[in-house]
Design a protein around this ligand. Sequence first.
Ligand code: GTR
Length: 327
Amino acid sequence: MMIRRTLLNASAVFALGAASLGASAQTMVLKAADVHPAGYPNVVAVESMGKKLEAATNGRLKIQTFPGGVLGGEKEMIEQTQVGAINILRTSLGPVGTVVPEVNVFNLPFIFRSQEHARAVIDGPIGDELLAKVSASPAKLVAIGWMDGGARSLYTKKPVRTPADLKGQKVRMMGNPLFVDTMNAMGGNGISMGYGEVFTALQTGVVDGAENNAPSYFTSNHYNTGAKYYTQTNHLIIPELLVVSKATWDKLSKDDQALLKKFGREAQMEQRALWDKSVAENTAKLKSAGVEFITVDNKPFYEATAPVRAKYGANYAELIKRIEAVK
Ligand code: GTR
């Protein structure tokens, strides 16, 4: 009798323990990573996504942000997201092209006519199709939204006005062979390297320049290394991506997945509003820090990069036509 009661009690305790375990297993703190520092539009948009998620789930799902590249460079962070060590990642589409080659069509030089054109494309059916391609690929990433990445222009220690001025200049590009080819076609020597290494590389002369949008150029401090000529080539307009690890995604209920999708799309719109402000503010800061903005005719750069569009765009001719047709 005695033994039986003990057994009963033990199973009651076990049942209780399982119930509370079950409840705590559902509470999740999602790690969200970004190479950009706190306060950058992309980071702010993900933080506010976290607040909405927490409110909508009564605290069951939360987002903890890890900005400033503390979890590694984008290449490493993509890998960590693929295995579920990072749950949410905001990344440029640039390095994603190495794991999902189909997205490289957005990574082509001069594929978009302007930021407005890029926005119209990512907001429409083509944008949705590419998100779906990322999610359906074997890369183990679920794409839930886009963000603006602005237009990338060259910054160098010597002024550049034509492709010939780039001769012999080593220019840091993002980790994707497409970008190294782009810089080589533009007249320089493309060197691929993680974002976090660029400041020292510029300082020590490992590279003579790099390229980025104004908010990145300013917040990374790259303008403080002598690379103070900012040539307005606008050669790459690359959308940014918000992805969830597939390993994490598969643990979520359908309702929670739908919430993440909804808030991901809202983050896209919030970042956009912050982005325009950030470009204006950071442009002003760069100018007052002594950066010389050089206006150029970008036609020679466009023409020089035709072989890159031909090489990497060959399989996507139809898609490129559709992108060009978007008003
Ligand atoms: C920024 C982009 C980052 C990162 C960086 C880079 O514009 O927002 O995601 O890709 O460029 O040059 O590595």
